[in-house]
Design a protein around this ligand. Structure first.
Ligand SMILES: Nc1ncnc2c1ncn2[C@@H]1O[C@H](COP(=O)(O)OP(=O)(O)OP(=O)(O)O)[C@@H](O)[C@H]1O
Ligand SMILES: [Mg+2]
Length: 475
């Protein structure tokens, strides 16, 4: 006879036993991560952190996230193709945020030269939390959309089998049957393959642009291996390699280390720290000016900024991008949480007053990626009291804080003791699209990701050591 989840969670001996099996199973299934920021060595590999059990997610909300993804793909693409919108939206931000300003100046330069490549490849991940409303209902609310280096499509392809095995061992067969298949790695590779074919040169390679030390390398490898299976050659290079050996020929074809590059797939370049010298910025510019397909190109990168997200939530703005598609507009808008400008002027002043009056209801966000940058609670007051009369405040946006219902689970991390945590989860939907000129030739939702963290942490992803990999269990 099978047992109940609550009883399993309380049975310390059983949990101890399952824990060991779970860790080994994760290793067997290749849910791997480097444990230290040291050079490539198999000695420093362990399992990537994950939850002992999958987390219940309401079926309708899960399907809502997947269904809206192809609209988000088109939205991101249309925003990236609207230089007037990008310029108007980012004007205040780039005055005070140097990183966004540098990205924007590359975008401007490429615009002036007229982009040389008409093939666009987008691989993104739209993240959501399930907001618990005072009326008792739950709704899907977008945290943000990541248009550059969206990760965990590889490892998420491997975690369902791990949870299935754990649930069998824990005598929860009914839950086991409800763990969903998921293969974002294959889907992301299909997008890359489509763009590679359109580029049209058998010799040309896909270049993963990576950091020197990449703890999450196995996540990349799944996508990489899917490409090799299709006989699409892949190389991994850093900004520094592009600086040293990169060049453009007369027709702007990009060569690195003697390889013609069909696609630059950025798994780096989303944080200021990734640009270690002026040379890295020169390399980014060279890649953007080239005929290689960029994933993402600079304007798609900018379309994923938090300032753009806030602008899109303003009344009437989605209609600009979908003038004849009220249903697409409604589906997208339904996922938006409250987002507020901090631009100088009356509207921004109102936002400041609102945040100071109720800081616990909001999140203050700078234009940064990679986790750990958001500001919560009393710290919002400290920051805004300091900046409220200065244009520096326009480096941030304010967002309603989403309030999910915590769920009990165990988080498994190499070297960390096991304890029962109150946890919050974030659901991601992976999007992939390819456009050639005016034609969208590929537009899909290619899988999902569930990440879970202890509710005591406000911010931070898996790579930052806060969240862990999970799977949705539809209820
Ligand atoms: N509005 C919100 N309400 C509640 N929690 C939030 C909200 N916005 C962000 N968070 C928390 O902060 C984390 C990071 O937020 P966000 O994704 O905006 O930042 P990021 O630096 O771009 O992160 P990432 O590297 O995951 O893209 C989220 O994973 C979530 O846990
Ligand atoms: Mg992000």
């Amino acid at each position: 006879m099978s047992v109940k989840r609550e009883d399993v969670l309380k049975d310390e001996n059983l949990i101890k036993n399952i824990q060991e099996i779970a860790k080994d199973t994760a290793l067997l299934h290749g849910v791997l991560m480097r444990t230290k920021e040291t050079p490539n060595s198999p000695e420093v590999v362990s399992y990537a952190p994950f939850t002992l059990f999958p987390t219940p997610v309401p079926t309708a909300l899960f399907h809502q996230a997947l269904a809206v993804q192809t609209h988000f793909n088109r939205l991101v693409d249309r925003v990236s193709q609207d230089p007037t919108f990008l310029e108007e939206t980012l004007t205040s931000t780039i005055k005070v945020d140097d990183f966004t300003a540098r990205l924007f100046s590359i975008h401007k330069q490429v615009q002036q030269e007229h982009p040389s490549q008409s093939i666009v490849l987008g691989l993104n991940r739209s993240d959501y939390m399930l907001d618990h409303r005072p009326d008792g209902g739950t709704s899907l609310k977008q945290i943000e959309i990541n248009t550059i280096a969206a990760s965990f499509g590889g490892l998420a392809s491997r975690t369902p089998d791990v949870h299935r095995h754990i649930l069998k061992v824990a005598n929860l067969p009914e839950e086991c049957n409800r763990v969903l298949d998921n293969n974002p790695a294959a889907g992301l590779a299909r997008g890359l393959a489509k763009a590679w074919e359109l580029y049209g040169s058998e010799r040309a390679v896909v270049m993963f642009l990576v950091e020197d030390v990449q703890r999450n390398i196995y996540d990349h490898r799944y996508v990489e291996n899917e490409l090799w299976k299709r006989n699409i050659p892949v190389i991994r290079r850093q900004f520094e390699d592009v600086c040293r050996t990169g060049s453009l020929d007369q027709s702007k074809r990009l060569f690195v280390d003697g390889h013609e590059i069909a696609i630059v797939y950025f798994r780096n370049g989303y944080m200021p720290q990734n640009y270690t010298s002026e040379k890295s910025w020169e390399a980014r510019l060279m890649m953007e000016r080239s005929l290689a397909v960029k994933c993402p190109d600079i304007s798609t990168h900018l379309a994923g900024t938090k300032k753009v997200q806030q602008e899109l939530a303003r009344p009437g703005v989605l209609e600009r991008f979908f003038p004849d598609e009220p249903e697409a507009v409604a589906q997208i808008r339904a996922t938006f949480a409250g987002l507020y400008t901090l631009d100088m002027g009356e509207e921004g002043d109102k936002t400041v007053a609102m945040a100071l009056a109720n800081p616990d209801q909001y999140v203050l966000k700078p234009q940064r990626e990679g986790g750990g940058n958001n500001i919560y609670g009393n710290e919002i007051c400290e920051v805004l009291e300091n900046l409220k009369n200065s244009s520096e405040r326009t480096a941030y946006i304010l967002m309603d804080k989403i309030q999910p219902v915590p769920v009990q689970n165990y988080l498994l991390r190499p070297g960390a003791p096991l304890r029962l945590n109150s946890c919050l989860s974030e659901l991601g939907a992976f999007g992939a699209y390819v456009r050639k000129g005016k034609d969208m030739v590929f537009n899909e939702c290619v899988g999902h990701l569930l990440r879970t963290k202890s509710s005591e942490h406000a911010d931070g992803g898996v790579a930052a050591g806060v969240a862990v990999l999970d799977n949705p269990l539809l209820v």
